[in-house]
Design a protein around this ligand. Structure first.
Ligand code: NAD
Length: 485
């Protein structure tokens, strides 16, 4: 049974604590490994190593940092299949259909950050005083604390790690305790690529201990968190006024208007509901359908669901794996039970699937007659559920989409250009995809929660992440002694 260590100051070291966390596969129930449950003393050590390494990073030019990022991408490419195998086992997603793609997406992000940093110019600004020259330079925040979830255990950390390093930060990273093996693989790739000691430090542990110690540590200069809105609140409270990038939950409304291309809308909406077993922050969490096309959409969804192959992660025929953990599965149970009690109708699926090695396999589900007061509509469900609500005109659809405290990504299907633009402007979400589903995102484009909602603060994606994880300094130079006026 592999027993793993923390990675601090360029070395694999034992945790200062004595507790261990068993990593079970949600697909097979098998015990895959044991990892240390870190302590706040581990975080202290990691912060000290990261603070020390700031000097090394500060001496590297952006071109050297870029080379390092490309070398890390190459190391990931070499280990692609091994990482995807372990990721599929610990996360639950299908190896062939999704895990390999996650590694490839991460690879692109490392290379992209390596490219972007070489071209990220700053400005020379006009001056109201003829003797002054004013320009800006970009500097790192210092030591970045990164806290990440289990649903994309390789790409989500990559978003912060590649951009954070590109910007010249050093990093203390806590992955989700549910998916630490992907994190260990990522650090091994960084190590093989020549990462300077202390530039990224991995502290495995739980949120209340290690996550809290990172957020509140005076030696952590900025925070990057992807997680639930409740965790976002806790981290923000603990971190105080540090610079922060918070990527939190969503409740993706997908609106299907009466003039939509229905084949396209149904096919893309099904992808939005069932990809990664619905465990994506920008999943289609609720489908708002115009009453005139309701029956066709239901019929289409029921046909689409038949193509979903629920099965173990390593079975090449699987298109959807189990949910990652019991907490998540229990939430789906709770949301469906609430909907049934309030009058919704399950048309397909509706509960745990039988005949699999664990109780975490969830039937892809279509549920109709969902109403505004149901948890399925109000909260993020994070499971393979397609909840259908109906509306009778565009304004009602917009009001239903906006009547929610989350606002990350929305989708609208319509063939009217006027409607597309109007709805795109009115819907309160960080991204509105037109004739495309919520889950669609190109990783170099800005992604994040809408202000006034609880889906996060700031934007990540390509240069936007590098900007968020760095600061602009203004330099003012007086030239009057050499150029008398
Ligand atoms: P979570 O909030 O439970 O955990 C996220 C991370 O925070 C984990 O590493 C956890 O250990 C840590 N954590 C928990 N409590 C903490 C605390 N008090 N202090 C510091 N750290 C703490 O979320 P999860 O269940 O791992 O992931 C699912 C959530 O993440 C969903 O809400 C999903 O929408 C969101 N998410 C958002 C995005 C995005 O880009 N906006 C992407 C993926 C997931």
């Amino acid at each position: 049974m592999p027993k793993h260590q923390q990675y601090i100051g360029g070395e694999w070291v034992d945790s200062l604590g004595s507790d261990w966390w068993p990593v079970h596969s949600p697909a097979t129930g098998e015990l895959l490994a044991e990892v240390p449950l870190g302590t706040s003393a581990d975080v202290d050590r990691a912060v000290e190593a990261a603070q020390k390494a700031r000097r090394i990073l500060a001496k590297m030019t952006v071109f050297e940092r870029s080379k390092l990022l490309f070398a890390i991408a190459d190391a990931i490419a070499q280990a692609r299949e091994t990482i995807a195998h372990d990721l599929a086992q610990e996360q639950g997603k299908p190896y062939q259909q999704e895990a390999l793609g996650e590694i490839d997406a991460a690879l692109d992000m490392w290379r992209d950050a390596g490219e972007i940093i070489k071209h990220l110019n700053t400005e020379v600004l006009p001056s109201s005083d003829p003797a002054k020259r004013i320009f800006t330079i970009r500097q790192p925040h210092g030591v970045l604390g990164v806290i990440t979830p289990w649903n994309f255990p390789f790409t989500i950390p990559t978003e912060y790690l590649c951009a954070g390093l590109a910007a010249g930060n050093t990093i203390v990273w806590k992955p989700s305790e549910f998916t630490p093996l992907s994190a260990i693989h990522l650090l091994r790739c960084c190590e093989r690529a020549g990462l300077p000691a202390g530039a990224i430090n991995l502290v495995i542990g739980d949120g209340a201990t290690v996550g809290h110690a990172i957020s509140s540590h005076p030696g952590i200069n900025a925070i990057g968190l992807t997680g639930s809105p409740a965790t976002g609140d806790k981290v923000a409270r603990a971190a105080g006024a540090k610079p922060m990038l918070l990527e939190l939950g969503g409740n993706g409304p997908t609106i299907i208007m009466e003039d939509a291309n229905l084949d396209l809308a149904i096919q893309r909406t099904a992808v939005g509901c069932f990809a990664n077993a619905g465990q994506i922050c920008d999943s289609t969490e609720r489908i708002l359908v115009h009453e005139k096309v309701h029956d066709q959409v239901i019929e289409g969804l029921l046909a689409a669901i038949k193509t979903v192959r629920l099965g173990p992660s390593l079975d090449v025929a699987s298109t959807m794996g189990p949910l990652n953990n019991e907490h998540t599965a229990a939430k789906v149970d709770r949301h469906l039970a609430d909907a049934l009690a309030k009058g919704a109708e399950i048309l397909m699926g509706g509960g745990r699937a039988e005949g699999f090695p664990t109780d975490l396999y969830y039937q892809p589900t279509v549920i109709d007659n969902v109403s505004a007061d149901m948890l399925l509509n109000r909260e993020e469900t994070f499971g393979p559920v397609a909840p259908v609500l109906t509306f009778s005109d565009m304004d009602e659809a917009i009001a239903m989409a906006n009547d929610n405290d989350l606002g990350l990504v929305a989708g609208v299907f319509t063939q009217s250009m006027e409607r597309a633009i109007y709805m795109g402007e009115q819907i309160e979400a960080g991204i509105v995809n037109i004739n495309e589903v919520c889950t669609y995102w190109q990783p170099h484009t800005p992604f994040g929660g809408y202000s006034s909602k609880r889906s996060g603060v700031g934007r990540l994606g390509g240069k936007y992440t590098i900007e968020a994880l760095s600061q602009i300094k203004t330099l003012v130079l007086d030239t009057s002694s050499s150029h008398p006026l």
